[in-house]
Design a protein. Sequence first.
Length: 351
Amino acid sequence: MSNSSFGLDIGVTNTRAVWLDYAKEGFLLKASAIAPTPPKSVLSESPLDQEEMAQAIRNVVDKAKITVRNVNIAFPENQVYTKVIDMPVLSDKELAFGIYWEAEQYIPVPLSTITLVWSVLKKPQKIEVGSTEKMQVLMVGAPTALINKYQKILSMAGLNIVSIETEILSAIRALVPFKANVNIVPPTTVIISIGAVSTSLAIIKEGILVFTYSIPIGGIAINRAIESDFGLTLPQAEEYKKTYGFSKEGVGGKIGKSIEPILTSIAAEVKKSLAFYAQKYNNQSPIQQILLSGGTAKLPGIDLFFAQDTGIETAIGNPWKVLTSQEVPKDIIDQASDYSVAVGLAMKGYD
């Protein structure tokens, strides 16, 4: 099985490219690279900024020595509308009509400006008379103008977009792979993906996404807290964050106190999500693990913080577990949580 596309994660601070090949026992890493994202990223409407972004993408692809031109990309959760909804069991034709009524309830902008896509996550195989069982549908609405902008920039970079999804879906594919062919069901998992400007939460039950939510708090908020408390520049705050994380010792303890309110805010949203899940599923299939993803997941002590605050085993997500036993450079392994989205996108061609 060969794949003619690669994954490209265009982040606020860095852009990552990953190209995988399929092997019997997993995947092989063919190429990967990371490079800084221009300050205005893909948000700018300026032709000069868009050309700078396109050049940055060309550079990271060339750096990785990726030779294919088909690419899978993802939108940040804070730029799209994502919802897992319960609906009566419908045919595909009925769903195509019904989904727009649902979208009007959840998307606060005119649907004429949105490109709407959906997929059935779970559908009862057999419906008994009088049953109230429903189907679960993932609905994603992306601003059409945003899609057009990405297509323009990627085209300027000499690439062809073959698929677009949201970042959390990519992270789920990499961190909680579902192997239906060998009947391996992953544990019920919460993914906390802490990006630069927002944090995405997802709950995966029996390999299926059942809840997703985004909050406008991320790594930059942590940097600004440290900057404000210690009179540092943002680059200095970033280094202090990486070095000390959520430490309780010495100088690190002071940094930890600056970070704690941000992490507590994220944890509060996590606990709300856990309460929603427990109520909806009557404590069936209880949450077994939390996986942390994104650059901020590398902060020393952050996994211990979430484990103690939620009472659930917490670990740093490692997308490279999908690889076979091949040797991978240590610098890539050390930055594993940064690559969850890019690896998930690279895997998409094999779905």
